[in-house]
Write a new protein. Structure first.
Lengths: 164, 164
DNA sequence: GCCAAATAGGACCCAAAAGGTCTTGTTTCC
DNA sequence: GGAAACAAGACCTTTTGGGTCCTATTTGGC
């Protein structure tokens, strides 16, 4: 349905809560999975699963043992939304037969749209790379956002497309 | 998985084939569902289903009876990709709790990203509205594309994002 | 007037994927 | 040594999409 998984949505909420609680790199603060579950209203096993995936993606760091917990590895202003989506939903591609894939489609010889989806996928990727998780979580007004670090083209793009 | 349904993919192929066969408004030419199935390699019942949905969306017109068939109602250069996606996948929205939806999420009171997904969805919609079905089907080189009618910003956007 | 061809519309079944929960193991602090 | 918390994986349940089939209706040709 062109929807991303619920876990991705939960992940954004959890990440926002971690930053709100000050569980950032540098200081020693961490936040436990049960604590995040209580704060966000998401079931605790689900929060644990989300944090594990975020840890594997390098977005959070787990501290084991008593008084352990999780902390962010980067401020959310440096985390593009696409990175979270890729961690939970896999590579961003709208169709299977894209990005140079050769096998799998038995109508390849007569398919008139072969390879044509690539710009579409690139457009989606770009749009999602240009929005940081911080932009979803904190500010009250989108025009107050700091521009993301890698691509300064991101913001004008979003602004243009919103006016669709 | 941030994928659109296979039916949407089939729809683009079928639409492209219809235009290729000259089943356009104005002239009397139509193309039958079995004929399209043979030409595209897609199973005939599936093609029939795709055509029914396209007909309900106002993209193709069915002519009943013997020597009947389907024809396009608009040239594909006037059909934004988003229109096809909406017909098969429903409204383009990455999450459930967007666009002013109030009920359904029991953590609404404490959710820090409430309403924040809207610009993201708008960006995706805009990107998909700026690409026509004709752009996916016919040209050999993307820089030869005619600019879509409603929004001339579409092409620069895609070009920028491809360079991500 | 009858038959064949083709769309219209819906119901139905199957398979795959996602969501969520649980269990076990490991680490660290008190 | 015990408790608290993360780490990793297996498992089950539910939902959704994909695909097929059936019946009704319409129209052209004989």
């Amino acid at each position: 349905m062109l929807r991303l998984s619920k876990l991705t949505d939960y992940a954004v909420v959890v990440l926002a809560r971690l930053e709100q609680d000050g569980a950032l790199p540098g200081n020693g603060r961490v936040q436990t999975a049960p604590g995040l579950a209580a704060a966000t209203g998401i079931a605790e096993p689900t929060v644990a699963k989300v944090l594990k995936i975020l840890g594997a993606a390098g977005l959070v760091e787990g501290v084991r043992g008593a008084r352990g917990g999780y902390r962010l590895m980067r401020p959310l202003a440096d985390v593009p939304l696409s990175e979270v989506i890729v961690a939970f939903d896999g590579p961003i591609a709208l169709t299977a037969c894209v990005d140079g894939g050769v096998g799998g489609c038995d109508a390849e010889a007569i398919c008139p749209v072969r390879g044509r989806w690539d710009p579409v996928n690139a457009a989606i990727r770009g749009a999602l790379s240009g929005i940081t998780v911080a932009a979803l979580a904190q500010p009250r007004f989108p025009w107050d956002l700091p521009l993301p670090a890698p691509a300064n083209t991101a913001h004008p793009v979003a602004a243009t497309l919103v006016a669709e």
